[in-house]
Write a protein of this length. Structure first.
Length: 437
């Protein structure tokens, strides 16, 4: 990986793309530290110090925003509205025929779906920004902080609307920065911004582990967490690269006096075909009842039960539900993102077949059988990785959103592998020697 980056910096046009990407990253990180108007910055810092890493329900969104959410900055919402909008559009593509037709139109249809994603992102940013401002005004953003109700001193309508507009504009700027990286940088812009947001929490989280440790002034816990993190990175890389290759043979066809086809290829089916989506879905679904309980007044029995069994990440019921929801959403997402019948029809149309399997419906049934078989270990792997912070790192003072656990490690490794592949492919295009030297 380091060799690929070193070779990229020696190539002039790739060096410009890398430097441009680094510049955008600097702008993004600066924006995550600029508070929005109407917020008392000193009270926010006081509440963050009181929380001491216990971020509650907002920990996942705060991780995706690089710590900007709890600091209530102009990029407080981060990339989450765009991620949510992309997932919603991808799910609606299966349900709405118009979107499915646009997806099949190629580049023009993709551009139209991207435009719809932008509109939905702005709408979600307005909704989430309004919820964040209301939460900050009520003091529920930092439960247990004595000055939580004074984060927004002026609670007039004008100040509230201004805060929502600024956060919505910040989300639009983040979306624009990601598209700039995709067009003029090294590509994969939104994922890179997500990668940077999560990686920005590494130093503070690791240092918190060291400060809370008691063995050898915290260095034993610090080293143990580093070793566990490296092991998890190796495990995630191994599984993310694992795939089942189904061989496909194309028959020869005579067109005029020429023979076409007769080639062999394969269909790569990844073990983790769903990626990080099931973990995000499961986390979001479990946050809903806890969020409702947090905003409801009083101390009713159902609220107490939710706070004790669903809101706490180390509660047994929370762990069990989280694990089974990840498995369910893994199968659900694979079912809507990979259509065996469509793949079988395309193979039949172009004269392709799987050796030993008849074309058409038998091929679709075989692909469904293989996909279900490899989705089981992939879903179990996602569930176990997501539960590592709760089960293995809780004794070292790490919370559920620790960078070496669950959602964050999957995103970091996945984006890192994809970025390295893109750089290597661009290097191969520019430095291809061919068979003549």
């Amino acid at each position: 990986m380091l060799t690929a980056f070193a070779r990229a910096f020696k190539t002039p046009d790739l060096r410009k793309k890398l430097l441009f990407t680094l510049g955008i990253i600097v702008v993004y990180r600066v924006g995550t530290h600029i508070p929005i108007p109407g917020v008392d910055y000193q009270n926010v810092q006081t509440c963050i110090d009181v929380a001491k890493g216990n971020q509650g329900l907002f920990g996942l969104v705060n991780m995706f925003s690089g710590g900007a959410l709890l600091q209530i900055t102009i990029f407080a919402l981060g990339i989450m509205p765009y991620i949510t909008a992309s997932i919603i559009l991808q799910l609606l593509t299966v349900v709405i025929p118009r979107l499915e037709a646009l997806k099949k139109e190629g580049q023009a249809g993709t551009a139209k779906i991207t435009q719809y994603t932008r509109y939905l992102t702005v709408a979600l940013a307005i909704l989430q920004g309004t919820g964040l401002v209301a939460t900050a005004r009520s003091g529920a953003l930092f439960s247990g902080c004595p000055v939580a109700g004074q984060i927004v001193p002026d609670q007039s309508i004008f100040v509230t609307v201004t805060m929502v507009i600024v956060m919505t504009a910040g989300t639009a700027v983040v979306m624009w920065l990601g598209e700039l990286i995709t067009d003029r940088g090294i590509g994969n812009g939104m994922s890179i911004l997500m990668f940077i947001s999560i990686a920005a929490t590494f130093p503070s989280a690791l240092w918190a582990i060291k400060q809370q440790g008691s063995l050898a002034d915290g260095w034993i816990e610090f080293g143990t967490v580093i070793l566990v993190g490296l092991f998890m990175v190796g495990l995630v890389v191994f599984v993310e690269q694992a795939q089942r290759r189904i061989p496909v043979q194309y028959a020869k066809r005579m067109i005029g006096r020429r023979a076409y086809g007769g080639t062999s290829t394969y269909i790569p089916l990844k073990v983790n075909q769903a990626g990080i989506i099931p973990v995000i879905f499961a986390s979001s679904l479990l946050y809903i009842p806890a969020l409702i309980a947090q905003f409801s007044g009083g101390s009713s029995g159902w609220k107490t039960w939710i706070e004790q069994n669903l809101a706490l990440p180390d509660a047994p019921l929370h762990i069990v539900l989280y694990f089974f929801l990840i498995i369910f959403f893994a199968f659900f997402y694979v079912a809507i993102s990979f259509n065996p019948e469509e793949v079988a029809d395309n193979m039949k149309k172009y004269g392709g077949f799987i050796p030993g399997i008849r074309a058409g419906r038998p091929t679709a049934e075989y692909l469904s059988y293989v996909l279900n078989r490899i989705t089981w270990p992939g879903s179990l792997y996602l569930g176990l990785i997501a539960l590592v912070p709760t089960t293995a790192l809780a004794g070292f003072g790490a919370n559920q959103n620790f960078p070496f656990g669950g959602t964050s490690i999957l995103i970091i490794v996945g984006v890192g592998l994809e970025t390295v592949k893109q750089i290597e492919s661009q290097l191969q295009q520019r430095n291809y020697e061919g068979f003549l030297r």
